[in-house]
Design a protein. Structure first.
Length: 345
């Protein structure tokens, strides 16, 4: 074959590097380019063991490999980097790959143990290699250069990278808490299909407004909270989102509080309210008489104060009271918070 034709075929092979997913054999060629030679020189190499790769807990189809003389596993650049959200661009002139994600940029060049971190070059001890038209880099590249976390166990390597999740705050009165082990779903602002459901986990933190630390067990229905949560929400009704921090705005807790959501059927002469609807907690009745005092907070679903004049017959409310109730029918209890639900349009 003529030298010019050989050179052309070699460049075509390199150009397909980032789009070919060919599997490697036990013995194959690692192509390391000589940037000063007229063509790339092939070097024989032996893969001693394949390495399975997981990215953010998910296995990828391409494998890495270990080889004598290399102190760490070599991993497929495109498969891992794209799974981490990077965009890759192959430069056939320089035999290099540009990686970009948000404000992070770096370049990887075949055969050169020089990697850029914030425009400063560093060495990892191993240069990128081209194997079966796929570029491989040392596992430490994804930790040191791309700021991920690399863990190795046996013949498997895991790469993780936490995204900087944008967060917002929502404020509302807790209407239900459904707990499963260390996790829970906390609904605020409304009942049923209204409001927001906050998914909390062992990583969620809790506190009072003055900074006093709380736990999930300290929360109960009726408390007004501000939650810091992800902007991402499900399309369900009510929408759900993950909460990272919850701050209780009430200055006092009411352990064992009960809740009933319903309609004010009557406003009695003493100002107490007959509410008929549905109990929100296990021991809460569907019908209850709530006495109102100067200490009763009257608010909307977000916890903002509302004038007492809103408490009229036919208004939808959520009453929080107890746990003490009379044994009468309907039972009577002192309300410490009344939520006036927004009128449906």
């Amino acid at each position: 074959m003529k030298p010019m034709m050989k050179k052309t075929l070699t460049i075509l092979t390199l150009s397909s590097m980032l789009t070919t997913g060919a599997a490697y054999a036990a013995t194959t060629e690692t192509v390391i380019p000589d940037m000063h030679a007229k063509q790339i020189q092939p070097v024989k190499t032996v893969f001693e063991a394949p390495i399975t790769v997981q990215v953010n807990g998910n296995a990828i189809s391409e494998s890495g490999f270990e080889k004598t003389g290399i102190t760490e596993p070599m991993l497929p650049l495109r498969a891992v980097a794209e799974s981490l959200g990077f965009t890759l661009t192959w430069n056939p002139t320089t035999y290099a790959v540009d990686l970009t994600k948000a404000n992070l940029f770096t370049t990887v060049k075949i055969g050169e143990d020089r990697y850029a971190i914030n425009k400063m070059l560093t060495q990892l001890g191993t240069a990128p290699q081209l194997v079966n038209s796929m570029m491989y880099v040392p596992a430490s590249f994804f930790g040191t250069i791309l700021h991920g976390t690399v863990s190795a166990k046996g013949s498997s390597v895991g790469i993780t990278m936490k995204e900087a999740t944008k967060k917002v705050q929502s404020t509302g009165v807790i209407t239900s808490i459904r707990t499963t082990g260390d996790n829970a779903q906390i609904q605020i602002q409304d009942t049923g299909t209204g409001g927001i459901v906050l998914n909390v986990s062992p990583e969620t933190t809790y506190q009072m407004l003055d900074g006093t630390k709380l736990t999930l067990a300290d929360l109960h229905v009726g408390l007004t909270i501000t939650a810091e949560h992800s902007m991402a929400m499900t399309l369900s009704l009510p929408p759900q989102t993950s909460a990272s921090n919850i701050t209780v705005l009430d200055t006092a807790a009411h352990k064992g509080a009960l809740g009933t959501a319903g309609v004010i059927e009557a406003v009695r002469e003493d100002g107490s309210l007959l509410v008929k609807g549905q109990g929100l907690t296990e021991d809460a009745p569907g019908e209850v008489v709530l006495t109102i005092s100067a200490d009763t907070a009257i608010v909307d679903g977000k916890g903002d104060p509302i004038d007492k004049s809103a408490l009229v017959k036919g208004t939808n409310v959520i009453g929080f009271y107890g746990p003490m109730m009379t044994k009468s029918l309907p039972p009577i209890s002192n309300a410490w918070k009344i939520v006036v639900e927004a009128e449906q349009e």
